[in-house]
Design a protein around this ligand. Sequence first.
Ligand code: TRP
Length: 462
Amino acid sequence: MAISRKGFSSRLGFVAAAAGSAVGLGNIWKFPYETAQNGGGAFLLLYLICVVLIGFPVMMGEISLGRATQTNPVGAYRKAAGPKWSWVGLIGVIGGMMILSFYNVVAGWAFGYFIEISFGSLLSEPDHGAFFGAYVANITDNLIFSMVFMVLTAVVVLRGIQGGIESASKLLMPLLFLILIGLIIYALTLPNAMAGISYYLLPDFSKIQLSTINSAMGQAFFSLSLGMGALITYGSYIPKDDNVTASASIVTLADTAVAFLAGLLMLPLVFSSGEPPEASGPGLVFTILPGIFHAMGPLVGRIVGGAFFLLLSVAALTSTISLLEVPVSYLVDDRKVGRKPAVIGIASIIFIIGLPSMLSFGAVDWLSDITYGGASHSFLDLINDVFSEVGLPLGGLIMSLLIVHRWGTNRMREELTNGNPAYPGSRVERFVRFTLTYISPVLLGFIFISNLMEKFFGISVF
Ligand code: TRP
């Protein structure tokens, strides 16, 4: 079959772009503090189980649905499941916009830290925790850096799939990998690092609670970019003769490896700082790492610290690109809007939607202290809880039900056979078909309900 839309130039192009979407703040900023908060090894183990049993099969479903239908999530559900299901895609589009609205704020912090470490005096601050607190409450810096970030994202998306997304991903991802390894080696030499390693690698099963399972699942979906159609959209750009099974495996492995390494870096640092791991939160990488860079001396610290936050910003950028591409491809494919007005319009709207999240770390009191589920949260927390923790599992649930019961696992097999003639009857096929039919929907349904109850009503259902 001819390729009907302008897509990725090669398999490596898709893998790099999809891995770029997956690897981001979720891996390096979110995964370590969630692991620290949720009991270390037990969380890691549950996370890995979720990746294999739910993440990988849903990813295979999402990419094949995109490639088979050759269009954005709304059109994909319309074509594959029937017109009355297109709203599922629309919810994904809206969910992605909401996720991008707060993601862009955190990306702005990372970018701001790159500037402050490389060119400012951040490293010599006496108290990095206090600096971070003041930094995120500062309206001007946040406004500038998150705007810069949104503009960068828009520029890359404007250049289109091949020029922008591919080249941004291919070059810089391997560098991120290298700097992580270097920092891990350094971190392991610090006092008490080994206590962090055993907390991270030896599961303590008494730490597993329902909320641990919920967070592990939400994190797996967030990290793999699943549940809202980003990979349907990217899948629609893959050539028909590409091997989707191989690509999805590489993306899953790369994403999991980076998250694992980020944990291997951060947990020893937490233990060597003497802070209790349970007290970790969204400030973790911003408060602990500067101390390490400071200890490396003024010049080396500036270079290594600057490089780290620059690469973190790049990782975030390849993710924000994928989040913006979804609503843009919907407007372009389905509503016949030009690419340029679509990008500019959507990016501006998302930036505005993100303002309350930006102001919810002390800049505006009532946005910083919202009570639900029996605890105080920031507005950013609220959006994250609604759209990632609860929304993505719900998206994944509806998606696996529609793939299995409407589109059909036979069509999915047909699609996955393109580029991989050995797929039918293979072990991967049997695994994906079984988990997608029986395991993923049950677990996702369970997690959706219990997360909803726990987050918003403070009720533990099971
Ligand atoms: N996976 C990215 C990260 O870990 C974030 C992300 C990009 C995402 N695209 C997504 C999350 C789509 C959910 C859905 O940082």
